[in-house]
Design a protein around this ligand. Structure first.
Ligand code: G4P
Length: 535
């Protein structure tokens, strides 16, 4: 048997510093799946590339989705993709998009240390990217930008940068710059390495390294690019004057984003991106708890649950809780405190997500994600530690954007419905709102698929056959007011709009932005929140 190395401070430091944990934010069709596959290819995790595609290909039908969730291989590997690049261990956390866009998509971003933003050069900033960016801004998550599809005609690069700056309120610093686009795309000039990377359409692997250009006046540039060399020189002159210098501290504080151009499908610009990611993006960061900040270098293990995946094995009502390790070392079989329920549990059967050899991994480090099998005792936001009672913060519920009233087909099943909704809300599968004193349930979701999955799970797991009715609501905000009497008055005057969520926190549901603004103006002492921390 292989001797296990003792965990010295040095080893711990090394394991933390060589880890990177990030998610991709993008609008559907910008190229997230393609880029993910290319990143995995570079990391030598080639066998997973098919799984990413396969999942996307079947994304439209709920029945397929449910069937797929049963397939442990696919759902596990696509939730967290771990791969190595150079000396680094990278955890790429999947941010579900398209039809399976859900509250999980937002919540995954609360578990990453940095993000990669993919923008389609033909479209610029699109709505879903704006929404995801809003979540990143909550924790000032550092963001690297990849502008994709340069092999197609798109918007001029400077317009793309000002679009990002304007819509996302983040300063752009292009570290590479494209020469032409579409049919006349010749490649990208790497401003910090001073080299020209030439584009060869269709080649899946770049064979040659970039051509070093000592000076932009270098004749080599004319030989390589012909008349387009002049354009590049003019662009560079313009950038020198107009673009801010890149400063790592501004990137780390989320106020500046380094920008790279390329074409994921042609594997072009992907290596530069990955190099930047491991060199610039932060190693696992400290995380706040209710009582103190936890450093990843601490010896004692701690972590929090940011996602729960059900139906891994429906026969056993099996669920996997995804836990992000925040400090210490996780060792298979170790005992940890589950603080919310005040019990010690042995995590004997944790899954550690590795692309290569899952069975041989016995330990996990800060930045890694482990999967804990459970039967419903774990809730989103739960903290696990070796001993010290802690509660990590910053894993909130996000205001739903779609609403349905749920109704039983058979009224005798009210208990089953109630039990199902309580558990599904705890898992973060759906949000539940109830008007005061009525037995009505309004379900809230961030993505429409959440409703289909909820109905299916209520029927299969809880025996509650339900139908949905439309509701007038389109917006929800959690509400608070320092003064009790005033809050009661608000509740009284807005009786049809005040609801209570699964944790009994009051929320205001309304039908339009206009109405919300109107009410906010009329009640300046009531606070309205788009997110709400778990109870
Ligand atoms: P997503 O996960 O963000 O939704 O995007 P995905 O990678 O699936 O890419 C969306 C479409 O854009 C795909 O085409 C993909 O091939 C294409 N694409 C990705 N990167 C590039 C690129 O660098 N250049 C060009 N020209 N196209 C790119 P599709 O027709 O929807 O799917 P498929 O038939 O290619 O699978």
């Amino acid at each position: 048997m292989e001797q296990q190395e003792p965990t010295t401070d040095r080893r711990r430091r090394n394991e933390v510093e060589r880890r990177r944990n990030f998610g991709i934010i993008s609008h559907p069709d910008a190229g997230k799946t393609t880029l993910t596959e290319k990143l995995l290819l570079f990391g030598g995790a080639i066998q997973q590339a098919g799984a990413v595609r396969a999942r996307k290909a079947e994304r439209y039908a709920v029945s397929d989705w449910m069937a797929m969730e049963k397939n442990r291989g696919i759902s596990v590997t696509t939730s967290v993709m771990k791969f190595n690049y150079r000396d680094f261990e990278i955890n790429l956390l999947d941010t579900p998009g398209h039809q399976d866009f859900s509250e999980d998509t937002y919540r995954v971003l609360t578990a990453v240390d940095s993000a990669l933003m993919v923008i389609d050069s033909g479209k610029g900033v699109e709505p879903q990217t704006e929404k995801l960016m809003e979540v990143c801004r909550m924790r000032n998550t550092p963001i690297i930008t990849f502008i994709n599809k340069l092999d197609r005609d798109g918007l001029p690069p400077l317009d793309l940068l000002s679009d990002i700056e304007e819509k996302l309120q983040i300063e752009c610093v292009p570290l590479t710059w494209p020469v032409g686009m579409g049919k006349i795309f010749r490649g990208v000039y790497n401003r910090y390495r001073r080299e020209m990377n030439l584009f060869r359409p269709g080649s899946d692997r770049r064979v040659d390294d970039g051509v070093k250009i000592k000076d932009l006046a270098d004749r080599e540039l004319d030989r390589l690019l012909g008349s387009q060399a002049g354009e590049l020189r003019a662009d560079m002159d313009l950038l020198e004057g107009a673009a801010a210098p890149f400063e790592v501290r501004h990137y780390l504080s989320g106020s500046q984003t380094p920008v790279f151009f390329g074409s994921a499908i042609n594997n072009f610009g992907v290596r530069e991106l990955l190099d930047a990611l491991v060199e610039m993006s932060p190693a696992p960061l400290s995380r706040e708890t209710l009582t103190r900040v936890v450093s990843p270098f601490e010896e004692a293990f701690s972590g929090f649950v940011f996602k729960i995946q059900a139906n891994m094995d429906p026969a056993h009502r099996d669920r996997i809780a995804f836990l992000r390790v925040c400090s210490g070392t996780f060792r298979r079989g170790m005992k940890v405190m589950h603080h919310r329920i005040g019990k010690e549990i042995a995590i004997a059967n944790a899954t550690i997500f590795m692309s290569q050899d899952r069975t041989n991994v016995e330990e996990a480090w800060p930045g890694d994600v482990i999967g804990i099998h459970n039967h419903g005792a774990i809730k989103i936001g739960d903290t696990f530690t070796e001993k010290e009672p802690l509660a990590f913060t910053g894993i909130p519920n996000f205001a739903p954007e779609h609403f349905r009233r749920v109704r039983l087909r058979n009224p005798m099943k009210a208990k089953q419905l109630q039990k199902g909704l309580v558990q599904l809300a705890e898992e973060g599968a759906i949000q539940v709102f109830r008007p005061k004193g009525k037995s009505d349930y309004i379900l809230g979701a961030v993505g429409m698929l959440q409703f289909d999955v909820t109905a299916q799970r209520l029927r299969d797991e809880y025996g509650a056959d339900t139908v949905y009715d439309e509701t007038p609501y389109t917006i929800a905000r959690w509400i608070a007011c320092g003064e009790r009497g005033r809050f009661r008055e608000f509740e009284e005057r807005n009786r049809s709009s005040v609801f209570f969520d699964a944790d009994d926190r009051p929320a205001f549901l309304t039908s339009s932005e206009w109405r919300l603004e109107h009410v906010m103006e009329a009640w300046p002492d009531v606070e309205f929140y788009k997110t709400c921390e778990q109870a």
